[in-house]
Design a protein around this ligand. Structure first.
Ligand code: OSB
Ligand code: MG
Length: 369
């Protein structure tokens, strides 16, 4: 197939609540939507879900816009490719920029789904009809507020609770949740806010039967995580440190983690997500699907890839209306009372794109042919 036109959009849906982590607060969240059109008239949409500032990953929304229009477009427009592997080979000259690549890659997965008349789940080889969902709770002003939100989400059926921690906002909070809610499935995510010099604080958390401790140490580290993992029983889950199947292989070799959080945007798309899934499966490392506050478009791809068999822990997949006043799909997913989302079996995205809404929230637009 050949792509004959790319439309790169910076879209900003108002946030109704901010989301605070160890690296700072997300208060407004523009995202990049890629519309790809083939020479035979098929249309796919994808999302580059980098954050607006370089505190989670170095890539940002504006960097994705730039790399897509100035570098990615010319490598792929009017070039023949057969599948996603071929497409990614065309993009090989570009080092990094996984989020930008994912915007295009996911749009092409949607096109392939339409072309082959198979759902994304089927194309990817997914085996699960529904995926278990957990809630990721940002850092709040008080423990009381956090406990209220934990209760609300447990009552709504969410199957595990993840709380964001940072030095000084950790032990007391975990203790309070354990006291009030007993042995619920509970995990913490530090977003790289500790170092090995904080090992005493991390060892204290180790006594609370946490499902996992996500990315406690530096975003670019797998050595100190290995040292830490050898000293605590709580499984370490890597997020920021893993950008590829090669990174996963190295982390597994060094015993730096026992679990990996796969976010398609962070690793360059669904194909690389599947490769990470596969290497983890071979090595008995369970994976799960993280989120980056995507719109319904990005979330749709996350849901599809999370149907692969080794996605064995609940996904961060709160409904889009927890964070945003609106969405870019008409019939977004919902979490049922038992805490599951159904994986769509229809072709294409699996959800109906709302092009009027995309137009309504577009702040910048580049068309390349
Ligand atoms: O580390 O998992 C993270 C949101 C923004 C930046 C980093 C992270 C998160 C989340 C995901 O926790 C929340 C979601 O998308 O539902
Ligand atoms: Mg994380």
């Amino acid at each position: 197939m050949k792509l004959k036109k790319l439309t790169i959009l910076k879209v900003n849906i108002p946030m109704i609540t901010s989301f605070t982590t160890g690296f700072g607060s997300v208060t407004s969240r523009p995202t990049v939507i890629v519309k790809a059109e083939t020479d035979d008239g098929l249309v796919g949409f994808g999302e580059s879900s980098a954050l607006p500032f370089p505190n989670y990953e170095s890539e940002t929304t504006d960097i994705c816009m730039l790399v897509l229009k100035d570098y990615i477009a010319s490598l792929v427009l009017n070039k023949e490719f057969k599948n996603v592997e071929d497409l990614m080979n065309l993009l090989k000259p570009i080092k990094g920029h996984n989020f930008a690549k994912t915007g295009l890659e996911t749009a092409v997965w949607m096109i392939l789904s339409l072309k082959e008349k198979k759902s994304l789940k089927e194309l990817l080889g997914g085996t699960q009809d529904k995926i278990a969902i957990g809630e990721s709770l940002g850092i709040k002003d008080t423990i009381k507020e956090t406990l209220e939100e934990v209760k609300l989400r447990l009552d709504q059926g969410f199957r595990r609770i993840k709380i964001k921690i940072k030095p000084g906002w950790d032990l007391e909070l975990v203790k309070a949740i354990r006291e009030k809610f007993g042995d619920i499935d509970l995990m913490v995510d530090a977003n790289s806010s500790y170092t090995l010099s904080d090992i005493d604080a991390l060892k204290k958390l180790d006594n609370y039967s946490l499902m996992m401790m996500e990315q406690p140490l530096s975003n670019d580290d797998i050595v100190d995580h290995s040292i830490l993992q050898s000293q605590i029983k709580t499984p370490i889950c890597l997020d920021e440190s893993i950008h590829s199947a090669e990174d996963a292989r190295r982390a597994i070799y060094l015993k730096s983690c026992k679990i990996i959080n796969i976010k398609p945007g962070r690793v360059g798309g669904l194909l690389e997500s599947k490769k990470i899934h596969d290497i983890c499966q071979k090595n008995n490392i369970g994976v799960w699907c993280g989120g980056l506050l995507e719109t319904g478009i990005g979330r749709a791809f996350n849901i599809a890839v999370a149907s692969l068999p080794n996605y064995i822990y609940p996904a961060d997949m709160s409904p889009v209306n927890f964070f945003y006043s609106d969405d870019l799909v008409k019939d977004s997913f919902f979490v049922d009372k038992d805490g599951y989302i159904k994986v769509p079996s229809t072709v294409g995205l699996g959800f109906e794109i709302d092009e009027e809404k995309i137009t309504k929230y577009t702040k910048e637009k580049k068309v390349l042919e």
